[in-house]
Design a protein around this ligand. Structure first.
Ligand SMILES: [Zn+2]
Length: 450
């Protein structure tokens, strides 16, 4: 006999999920070097306890990707749920050690608590619970716990797409980043990621007069490069309003008080940059990133001796392209800003993602499920300025979403926790997320949850 969803012992399941997250946080998967094997082994063991048959695929020694699936009875497009098990290095001062899985003050602390071992555990529990619903699945559900997202997914999702596409092929895919509370002017918004910016690496090189440091050269490579970098810091590239960003601004302004509504309407016009320039950086930064192609100088190299003026100076720019834009478009805008006397080389371009229509059955189910568990929730579509495994999965034509439900208190900014010291997750907010996420996937798989 199999269980009904409503018969599940939720307090016990949520408590177990918290313990699993503690365990997973204690496995140090700092990338580089990654070493996600131990995390995959831990997940595999937990999955096998419910009769599931996970497969572990190593893209390199210790770089493990886990895939597990449950077949549905009907001919529906499968859903892939995916989380990366690697984390960024835990630098800075931490209140609690980053790999101890400490619970204190209502929070579970650790590198990966938000990015994104929390969702890996939500996916783990989704599969465990679906396995207990024996034979009732209509839609096939696949879970991939992947390596290497934090350095570009080459050993993780991109590798799976290249080497084992049939194991993960699906109609839709859910990963980070979305589904968290965004408190704004008394409203509780829940952004759901529907689009994602692209990425391109640009090397910007200046060449100039070399010579002895005692005889300054106003046109030296370093000075030319510095001028270009100064311009990048002071100006923005041209404004572009993409469809998903327009939807985001419209949905947001619809629910805001009058004054804010007007400001957000201004952001949908060619006057947006004027408004962005007067807003505090904490507010304008994310909005600016979603309205422009951007470049961030991240690595600068020149010279190797204090009294020699070098002939070359190079900056590596982390370029991000809006949906509808290419690396070439960005480069054209960049040259118009800094001049084309410098040399530019582009590499590692990953195109942006923006579906023709994000408002699918799955998207509407995300909105409904959020509102069932949080009646004041206002779901809004979101363009992510960053990078997720969606870059890889979209290559197989999957419709990608970012949805990791998480209820946050007013005094905690979600984005400030990413890659920062003291990364932590509110235990109650995580438990809530486990329930929302498992319910969403179970419903989409055709199981009656309420
Ligand atoms: Zn992440």
């Amino acid at each position: 006999m199999s269980l009904n969803w409503s018969d599940l012992d939720w307090p016990e399941i949520q408590q177990e999920a918290v313990r699993d997250l503690q365990q997973l946080l204690r496995i140090d998967t700092t990338n580089p070097p990654g070493r996600e094997r131990a995390a995959a082994d831990f997940l595999a063991e937990r999955l096998r306890e419910d009769g599931l048959e996970p497969v572990i695929l190593e893209s390199a020694p210790e770089r493990a990707n886990l895939v597990v699936r449950l077949e549905g009875s009907e001919d529906l497009a499968p859903l892939l749920i995916s989380g990366h098990t690697d984390v960024v290095p835990a630098k800075g001062d931490w209140t609690h050690p980053p790999f101890d899985g400490v619970i204190s003050d209502g929070y579970l602390w650790g590198r990966g608590a938000i990015d994104m071992k929390n969702m890996v555990i939500m996916c783990l529990w989704t599969m465990k619970l679906l396995a207990r619903m024996k034979g009732r699945l209509k839609r096939t559900i696949i879970f991939a716990a992947v390596a290497d997202e934090e350095t570009g997914s080459h050993m993780g999702s991109h590798w799976l797409v290249d080497h084992h596409p049939d194991m993960i092929r699906a109609g839709s895919m859910i990963t980070e980043i979305g589904g968290f509370t965004l408190h704004l002017m008394g409203r509780t918004f829940y952004p759901i990621q529907v689009a994602e910016k692209g990425q391109v690496c640009i090397e910007m090189k200046a060449r100039g007069d070399a010579g002895h440091g005692s005889m300054p050269k106003p046109k030296s490579a370093v000075i030319q490069l510095a001028r270009a970098i100064e311009l990048i810091g002071r100006k923005t590239l041209p404004l572009h309003l993409t469809a998903s960003q327009q939807d985001f601004l419209e949905h947001l302004s619809e629910h805001l008080p009058l004054g804010a509504k007007q400001a957000f309407s201004l952001l949908q016009t060619r006057w947006a940059d004027y408004l962005l320039n007067v807003l505090p950086e904490s507010q304008s930064g994310p909005l600016r990133a979603c309205l422009h192609n951007t470049v961030s100088p991240t690595v600068v190299r020149a010279g190797d001796k204090e009294n020699v003026i070098p002939a070359e100076a190079t900056a590596i720019l982390d370029g991000r392209t809006l949906p509808g834009q290419t690396g070439q478009d960005l480069l054209r805008e960049l040259k118009a800003l800094v001049g084309d006397h410098l040399e530019f080389t582009m590499s590692d371009e990953q195109p942006p993602i923006e579906p023709t229509n994000y408002n699918t059955d799955l998207y509407r189910l995300m909105c409904q499920t959020l509102q069932r568990y949080e009646p004041s929730a206002i779901p809004i579509p979101q363009l992510l300025p960053g990078f997720t495994d969606a870059k890889a999965y979209s290559r197989l034509g999957m419709q990608c979403y970012g949805f990791t439900p998480l209820k946050l208190p007013k005094d905690l900014s979600f984005t400030s926790l990413f890659h920062a010291a003291d990364e932590r997750i509110p235990v109650d907010g995580f438990k809530w997320g486990v329930k929302v996420f498992t319910d969403l996937v179970a419903s989409y798989a055709g199981i009656k949850t309420h």
